[in-house]
Write a protein that binds this ligand. Structure first.
Ligand code: GAL
Length: 661
């Protein structure tokens, strides 16, 4: 069965025993089969240091088990009891301006503090011993949304030791970091301070290495948590990650986890100027990123059944949107579509946050829609365990993005990285292909096409692996602002994109930043081998290449670089020099796909229709979803196979069709 349910925090209504029974009745009505508990329960579990009381949790798990509801059991490290910070102030974070926080909120502990690690280890082991074999528990939900950083003396020291291990000598660090600039030579590892608004904020290599260290330290903390729960239990572990979160390099977490999970709160109807096709593409891209991390099914651990309470506008989910959002996760490889939260609390910061159940006890629209969704997920039971197997990958590399967005460079008012990525992604999706979104260290060998949009940093080995990919017959697409710097954010000497200029038949000469709203035109070259014959527009950043051995496909139409190629081809290696308008990408990728013999799941789709395919045991499950504002008629030959969800060949807005072949 596909997991359906969500975060459940009944410790908030312990004084009303009837609520649990009422909730269980509703869970059955909606078809809920999984809840995540214990996420923020530490003060109930250990009201005094070393005094554990698991009575409530134990009875809760027993009761859920009796009712056939499975549990993701969380470790409670995301919010600590007050006694802990009162007694051990070292667990409180120090901000980048070197001020120590006081008790409050959550997700704010020091990841280095030996005391915090010890207290977390102790409670995790106790939980593992008590519930690691409980029949209701199916997985460990490790902490909650790891994130943020701490600049305390303990973290500074750990940072120094981490740097020392990486560089061995301070001279090597000074060289790699280009510290001769502004006379910033360090004389010892211990003299280095983490980036700060009252100190060093303008050393790109320091900022980059600090971010790497924060990722390392968070994973180290998480691994200690995992080790503790593994003491008595071998249940699978996951941690819930966040949307487009760049505070950590999530790609480094994958190997430590048994399965990936993430939390999605899209702004339907209000995000991206209210264009829900872009919202859908953005979600899809993120699903494809998390799925590709392990090339296996993931869980959508949280989403909101109604409106959230923290977005600028609490825009209600229109009828059908909750279902479309959940099924979109499944279409892209999720084996669970869970929510935050099962029931509203009556007080606290999140009392107005959407939930499946509210405090009125009424048969709400949300309950009705959730019940319909529950039935559809039930129909999709066989899909569980199947995987999407895209032949196309787009690189979205967090470390490259850290460096690129941190560098004072061509467009400090916004590089539009995510926007560009989404345009590339949507263009490929509109051609009817499944896509993996990957880190640049991910294996390229299973793909036919590899797209590297704005891959500013080529870490060690990336260029060689790209060359290897191309030499094995892979189709390579590289865009502007790629292959500029190395692992330490130092510019590669020689022609760039680094190491690829012979393959591309060009190198970067200049890059022009355009004012917001200003566009250049891009014109097709008559008789080009891709058969492109429309004009497009380019904006934001326009690279001006020096082309010596590539076919110009499109050229810039205006400005002093009028006539210079904006898009080129050399064999199966392509170059895009600027951020183009959306239609360019679907035309370009559909021409490249036919030139290179790549077969889509379905040919050229109307804007807003998304198709994906999950495969298992020789069966294929084709998902078609319509995120446009209009009904869409799907060609009848597409319906070959058994229809699992959907009627007729028209998909209404936010509707879904699933076919088994
Ligand atoms: C998530 C978090 C949940 C809840 C939710 C509200 O980021 O993990 O605990 O706060 O946001 O949207």
């Amino acid at each position: 069965m596909i997991g359906f349910g969500g975060d459940y925090n009944p410790e908030q209504w312990l004084d009303d025993k009837n609520i649990l029974e009422e909730d269980i009745r509703r869970f059955h009505e909606m078809g809920v089969n999984t809840v995540s508990v214990n996420i923020f329960s530490w003060s109930f579990l250990e009201p005094e240091e070393g005094k554990y009381d698991f009575t409530f949790l134990s009875s809760l798990l027993d009761r859920l088990y009796e009712e056939g509801i499975s549990v993701n059991l969380a470790t409670p490290s995301g919010a600590r009891p007050k006694w802990l910070s009162d007694k051990y102030p070292e667990v409180l974070r120090v901000r980048e301006d070197r001020r120590r926080m006081i008790f409050g909120e959550r997700h704010n502990h020091c990841y280095t503090s030996p005391v915090y690690r010890e207290k977390v280890r102790a409670i995790n082991e106790k939980l593992s011993e008590a519930f690691g074999h409980h029949k209701a528990v199916i997985a460990w939900h490790i902490s909650n949304e790891y994130g943020g950083e701490c600049h305390c003396p303990l973290c500074q020291d750990a940072f120094h030791r981490w740097l020392e291990k990486r560089y061995e000598s301070i001279d090597e660090l000074n060289r790699r970091w280009n510290n001769a600039f502004w006379s910033h030579i360090y004389d010892s590892f211990d003299s280095i301070e983490s980036p700060s608004s009252i100190g060093e904020g303008q050393n790109p290599a320091l900022s980059l290495e600090w971010k790497r260290f924060v990722t390392h330290q968070t994973i180290d903390f998480m691994n200690e948590e995992i080790k503790a729960v593994r003491k008595y239990s071998d249940l699978p572990v996951t941690t819930n990650m966040m949307y487009n979160y760049t505070g950590l390099d999530y790609s480094r977490f994958a190997d430590c986890l048994d399965f990936i999970s993430w939390d999605n709160y899209p702004a339907w109807g209000t995000g991206f100027d209210g264009d829900d096709v872009l919202v859908a593409a953005d979600n899809a891209m993120e699903h494809d990123y998390f799925r590709a991390m392990k090339n296996k099914p993931f869980i959508l651990m949280e989403s909101c059944p109604e409106a959230t309470n923290w977005q600028p506008l609490s825009h209600l989910k229109r009828p059908g949107v909750m279902e479309a959002e959940s099924l979109e996760a499944v279409a892209h490889g999720a084996d669970g579509a869970l929510f935050f939260q099962m029931r509203h609390g009556r007080g606290g910061f999140e009392k107005f946050h959407g939930a499946l159940l509210d405090t009125s006890g009424r048969e709400t629209r949300t309950i009705k829609e959730a019940s319909e969704l529950g039935k559809k997920l039930e129909l999709l039971s066989d899909v569980k365990g199947s995987v999407n197997k895209p032949r196309i990958a787009i690189i979205n590399d967090t470390q490259s993005r850290w460096a690129m967005e941190g560098a004072a460079g061509p467009r400090n008012k916004g590089l539009h990285y995510r926007d560009n990525l989404r345009r590339v992604y949507l263009g490929i999706r509109r051609c009817g292909f499944d896509v993996d979104v990957i880190d640049s260290d991910h294996d390229f060998s299973s793909y036919r096409m590899l797209v590297a949009p704005m891959l500013y940093m080529f870490r060690k080995g990336v260029m060689e692996r790209m060359r290897n990919f191309a030499s094995q017959g892979g189709v390579l697409v590289v865009t502007y602002w790629s292959g500029v710097v190395d692992d330490y954010d130092s510019i590669y000497p020689g022609r760039t994109p680094y190491g690829l200029s012979d393959l591309l038949g060009l190198c970067r000469a200049e890059i022009d930043a355009l004012q917001d709203g200003v566009e250049n035109s891009v014109e097709p070259v008559l008789g080009n081998t891709l058969g492109i014959n429309r004009s497009y527009t380019s904006s934001i950043l326009s690279e001006i290449p020096e082309v010596y051995d590539a076919e110009p496909i499109l050229i810039y139409g205006n400005d002093f670089y009028k006539g210079i190629p904006a898009v080129t081809r050399k064999g199966s290696v392509y170059y895009i020099g600027s951020m183009m308008n959306e239609d360019f990408y679907s035309d370009f990728f559909s021409s490249v796909a036919s030139a290179e013999g790549l077969e889509p799941i379905m040919k050229t789709l109307p804007r807003g229709v998304f198709v994906s395919e999950r495969i298992k045991d020789g069966k294929s499950y084709i998902f078609m979803q319509n995120f446009s504002a209009h009904d869409v008629v799907i060609r009848s030959e597409t319906f070959e196979g058994k229809i699992i969800i959907g009627e007729g060949n028209t998909i209404r807005p936010y509707g879904t069709i699933v076919i088994e072949r």
